[in-house]
Design a protein around this ligand. Structure first.
Ligand code: SDX
Length: 436
């Protein structure tokens, strides 16, 4: 846990009043120290001002550590490179939830527990019928996951540790089933039920791509790639959607409603929606000779176009997940027998040109997790509209782990930021007949 420095403080001096204020510095186990400003308003009558929270720590957490300058990502102390290369998604789920990699027996228990929660209530199937067939699958995810609270709300007392564990397992187990059903519904194919003999990734692939008319054979290369994609997207500190889940949960809302809020936030193209936006951008660029035109547009302040899959609030170095994904892309395409994927050639050329350009170098803009993921997902057979859904499937364990950590934090309070008010001062009401 955090250590409040007994001696180290920082001092604020108000140059108008000459008043000075001292605030303690708190050190964690790694990364930047924080200035504890919880007494700032009481002592100074002023708020801090940090739109976008670029310099604000919102909580204590022991789950994920990122060093943006060095391009480091660790979950409970294990590097993302080790986890992606040597572990599997079920182990990473256990690690995020419980703090350590599972033993053989713990892994077997966890795997069985998740497997036996993969089916959804049969009544939920009728909920899909309320959507148009051409609904974006993320809209379906928001609606159906939010509706889960109607099925489990009476049995999810967030103050009951056992209920929290069951809700966590249900969400991790059911999110792939719900996601596969969202895809099936949009293409007019029947839902495929989970099969307990399959791994998490195999089950998801079968529920997504199998049809009743024939047996579905699962490619080991594809299920391994799917499992690795889940690991790479599982959690990422206090990003926009995780902060949304924490803020929603801080009011005591049930976990299903909180995860639905996280899915909504992830949908944005500046966040999880970027993987879909990258593929759309690559299709728009089309050929290598048009790359300079789009690089110039990305640099033009008056043009809203941005290089999707590039840049990151925290990473000012290569996103370590993008490095793993770039290597995986080559492996998966080779194993799938996809030769010379033009989108991969285009993406690699775009990356080469961009990172050599001063504009991107000065702003330390590198490819992020979304830059290559879509090329793998397209090769596996997912439509672009499903890319952010897959991000949500993987990130659900991170959201759940962060939600659980927040609920179990004894210092947890409802999140309620303040503001800098710049609106009208008090003014008299004017009856409508007298308004000019
Ligand atoms: C994810 O937070 C997380 O951890 C998220 C995530 C996770 O796992 O949860 O990692 C997943 O969301 C990855 C990011 C996916 N989004 C995209 O790829 C969309 C494109 N990227 C940008 O929109 C942007 O880089 C953000 C949103 C990711 C970060 O934005 P910031 O931190 O607010 O940075 P900024 O907008 O202040 O940019 C700083 C400068 C600006 O130029 P100047 O005003 O200094 O002249 O860099 C420029 C920006 O215009 N810039 C870009 C750019 N990203 C930033 N210019 C062109 N193309 C880009 N992609």
């Amino acid at each position: 846990m955090a250590k409040t420095s007994q001696t180290r403080t920082v001092t604020l001096t108000d140059n108008e009043t000459g008043q000075t204020y001292e605030f303690p510095v708190i050190s964690g186990s790694d990364g930047p120290d924080v200035i504890d400003i919880r007494r700032l308003y009481a002592e100074t009558g002023m708020f801090t001002f940090d739109p976008g929270y670029t310099s604000t720590g919102s909580c204590e957490s022991a789950i994920t550590f990122i060093d943006g300058e060095k391009g480091i990502l660790r979950h409970r102390g294990y590097s993302i490179e080790d986890l992606a290369g040597k572990s599997d998604f079920m182990e990473v789920c256990y690690l995020l939830l419980y703090g350590d990699l599972p033993t053989v027996k713990e892994k077997e228990w966890f795997q069985n527990t998740i497997t036996n929660h993969t089916m959804v209530h049969e009544q939920l199937l009728f909920l899909y019928r309320g959507f148009r067939r051409d609904a974006h699958p993320m809209a379906v995810m928001v609606g159906v996951v939010g509706a889960l609270s109607a099925f489990y709300h009476d049995s999810t007392d967030i103050n009951d540790p056992q209920h929290r564990v069951i809700a966590s397992h249900r969400l991790i187990a059911k999110i792939p089933t719900i996601a596969a059903m969202a895809y099936k519904y949009t293409i007019g194919q029947p839902f495929v039920y989970p099969r307990n003999s399959l791994s998490y990734a195999e089950n998801f692939l079968r529920m997504t791509f199998a049809v009743p008319a024939e047996d579905y054979s699962i490619s080991p290369a594809v299920s391994r790639a799917m499992d690795r994609l889940f690991i790479l997207h599982a959690d990422h500190e206090q990003n926009a959607s995780t902060s949304t889940v924490r803020l929603a949960g801080s009011s005591g809302a049930n976990p299903f409603a909180c995860i639905a809020a996280g899915i909504s936030s992830l949908w944005g193209p500046a966040h999880g929606g970027a993987n879909e936006a990258v593929l759309n951008m690559l299709h728009e660029i089309g050929t290598k000779d048009r790359i300079p035109e789009f690089i110039e547009r990305a640099k033009d302040r008056d043009d809203p176009f941005r290089l999707m899959g590039f840049g990151h609030r925290v990473y000012k170095n290569y996103d370590p997940r993008a490095s793993v994904l770039r290597e995986s892309t080559h492996e998966v395409l080779d194993e799938l027998g996809v030769k010379d994927e033009p989108l991969l050639e285009l993406a690699m050329e775009l990356e080469r040109i961009a990172i050599e350009d001063d504009y991107f170098a000065e702003r330390k803009l590198f490819p992020n997790v979304d830059f290559y993921s879509g090329i793998i997902l397209k090769a596996i057979g997912f439509p672009t509209s499903m890319f952010t859904v897959l991000f949500a499937v993987a990130r659900t364990v991170g959201w759940v782990a962060q939600w659980k950590e927040m609920i179990e934090d004894p210092s947890q309070r409802i999140g309620r930021p303040r503001q800098l008010f710049v609106g009208e001062k008090e003014r008299p009401f004017v009856p409508v007949a007298d308004r000019k």
